[in-house]
Design a protein around this ligand. Structure first.
Ligand code: IMP
Ligand code: MG
Length: 179
């Protein structure tokens, strides 16, 4: 079993790239079907974590679409700080458009709630949430998670965009913290 160390923590292989990509392909098919008749849906990548998911997913879309970026932060180490900070704002016109928020992982739902509110202020036609990973056990909000590539238990993971204190984002596979 492949193992890695990041700072003080040990992680072991959890989801290999082949499986990640298989699950992203399923979501891509759903989006291709659901947005086929939309003139130009807007995908919003939540930085930093969703950059790899966004790239991999968008390569699989057969839609005429646009991509934009927002940067928010809540996590410190292996825990959410409970507070969201907007570091890079949205600079694209949202009014009247179909918007799909792309997240690396939905945990408590604080980030997604913050972004949903932020985007809805600009009167979009609709807002959908699309996440690579979802932790249903820890989700505390009522916003529907419309598209999920993979559900996981309440474990701390790194890789494929996800970090531990900014490390591990570049890893092609996903690793879980060893207990
Ligand atoms: P939420 O606001 O509690 O839903 O947390 C969402 C954000 O926390 C994600 O966008 C990630 O950046 C981070 N996060 C949540 N769980 C993990 C994890 O297991 N590993 C790394 N980052 C995580
Ligand atoms: Mg993070």
């Amino acid at each position: 079993m492949k193992k890695i160390q990041l700072l003080d923590k040990k992680f072991k292989l959890y989801i290999p790239f082949s499986e990640i990509e298989k699950n992203i392909s399923v979501v891509a098919q759903q989006l291709n079907r659901d947005f086929a008749d939309e003139p130009c849906p807007l995908f919003i990548c939540t930085l930093d974590g969703a950059f790899m998911f966004t790239a991999n997913l968008l390569q699989k879309l057969k839609l005429n679409c646009e991509v934009s970026f927002v940067k928010v932060s809540s996590y410190q180490g292996t825990r959410s700080s409970g507070e969201i900070r907007e570091i890079l704002g949205l600079n694209t016109t949202v009014k009247g458009r179909s918007v799909i928020i792309l997240e690396d992982i939905v945990d408590s739902g604080l980030t997604i709630e913050f972004l949903d509110k932020l985007i809805k202020k600009q009167q979009p036609k609709q807002v959908k949430v699309c996440t690579m990973l979802f932790k249903p056990e820890t989700y505390r909000k009522n916003i529907p998670i419309d598209y999920t590539a993979m559900c996981i238990p309440n474990d701390f993971i790194v890789g494929f965009g996800l970090d531990y204190n900014q490390l591990g984002r570049q890893l092609k596979d996903i690793y879980v913290l060893e207990k």
